[in-house]
Design a protein around this ligand. Structure first.
Ligand code: ADP
Ligand code: MG
Length: 308
């Protein structure tokens, strides 16, 4: 009795399937790229291994030709490449230059520029946002801003001035807004203001204040986190914060704040007095006028959510 493979062979011969297969594979083996690859790896592939790799070689030639002809390929945006894996040929798909550009652009667009912000900002989303009664007003204002700004970026939109005690989720909400905007292709810069002030002081020596300050003041959307947390020097107040606020008001750029102080408290208890103890209520008033122009004051109350 003849075995199965012999009867298969006879069947294929009768129907000329073998001949067609051979013809197909001949064009694959004669392909210049395939030949170059096999030559390059001649010492790592014997005839039997090449034969076992035939489906992969065929896939490579087929996909490469489709890509060249502008037809839809198995992995759009990716091009096939022959690679050797454990004495067999494999096809690896690598992004085309156009695809690399596209991925880079998308990453750039999505990026939230977080300057010395806590890690929680990266993962803050509205999906994970615990929304109890205490947070409803802030949340609604946040959503209203995102809706209004994403629909019309030409006109001025006031940001939010979120205030309330430690741990109620002000920074978290700013992060969630920034990440949502990033998903919509809108870039936000978040700055932890007390740390930024220290960085600016250190940048004096290396002459980098102006450059760093420009990046921040010109941000498409700026969020100034924890304003008022540390005593400010007159220089930080006037030449850093003052310059940022002036620029953003003149150019009507959306600006957010978070603080432990209400606007009133920030003015009288923080901005009016410098580190040295000088009291300058007029300067504080001018700064507050800008903050009031730029943002809407919203109190956040509730429990401290920080893990103790
Ligand atoms: P604040 O800036 O007001 O001091 P944070 O934003 O740092 O407070 O929040 C304190 C902690 O509570 C963080 O660990 C944050 O991840 C968590 N948190 C705050 N608000 C929420 C929220 N709405 N949903 C889920 N987690 C939150
Ligand atoms: Mg905070």
């Amino acid at each position: 009795m003849e075995n199965i493979s012999e009867s298969m062979k006879r069947y294929m011969d009768q129907h000329q399937l073998n001949a067609n297969y051979q013809k197909l594979m001949n064009t694959v083996y004669q392909d210049a790229d395939v030949q170059a690859f096999l030559k390059q790896h001649a010492d790592q592939l014997n005839a039997e291994q090449i034969d076992r790799s035939s489906a992969k070689l065929y896939e490579y030639v087929n996909e490469r030709n489709k890509l060249a002809a502008g037809e839809t390929t198995f992995a759009p945006g990716y091009e096939p490449k022959l690679v050797l894996s454990d004495h067999l040929v494999e096809v690896s798909y690598q992004p085309t230059d156009a695809q690399k550009d596209k991925l880079k652009q998308a990453a750039l667009k999505r990026r939230v520029n977080a300057i010395m912000m806590p890690k929680l900002v990266k993962n803050a989303t509205f999906d994970d946002f615990i929304n109890d009664a205490d947070r409803t007003q802030a949340l609604q204002a946040a959503v209203a801003f995102i809706e209004a700004y994403s629909k019309d970026q030409k006109h001025f939109h006031q940001g939010l001035y979120l205030y309330g005690s430690f741990g109620v989720g002000k920074t978290y909400l700013l992060g969630a807004i920034a990440n949502q905007l990033a998903d919509m292709g809108i870039k936000t810069t978040l700055v932890h203001f007390p740390s930024f002030a220290v960085e600016m002081k250190n940048a004096i020596a290396s002459n980098q204040v102006a450059g760093r300050l420009d990046d921040v003041k010109q941000a498409q959307i700026l969020m100034i986190d924890d304003i008022g947390a540390d005593a400010m020097s007159a220089w930080v107040r006037d030449d850093i914060l003052g310059v940022i606020l002036e620029y953003r008001m003149q150019n009507e750029l959306p600006t957010f704040f978070s603080s432990n102080f209400s606007m009133k408290q920030l003015e009288t208890e923080h901005l009016a007095e410098t580190q040295k103890g000088d009291v300058e209520p007029l300067k504080a008033k001018r700064l507050m006028e800008r903050i009031r122009f730029l943002s809407q004051e919203i109190e956040m109350i509730g429990e401290n959510r920080r893990q103790k």
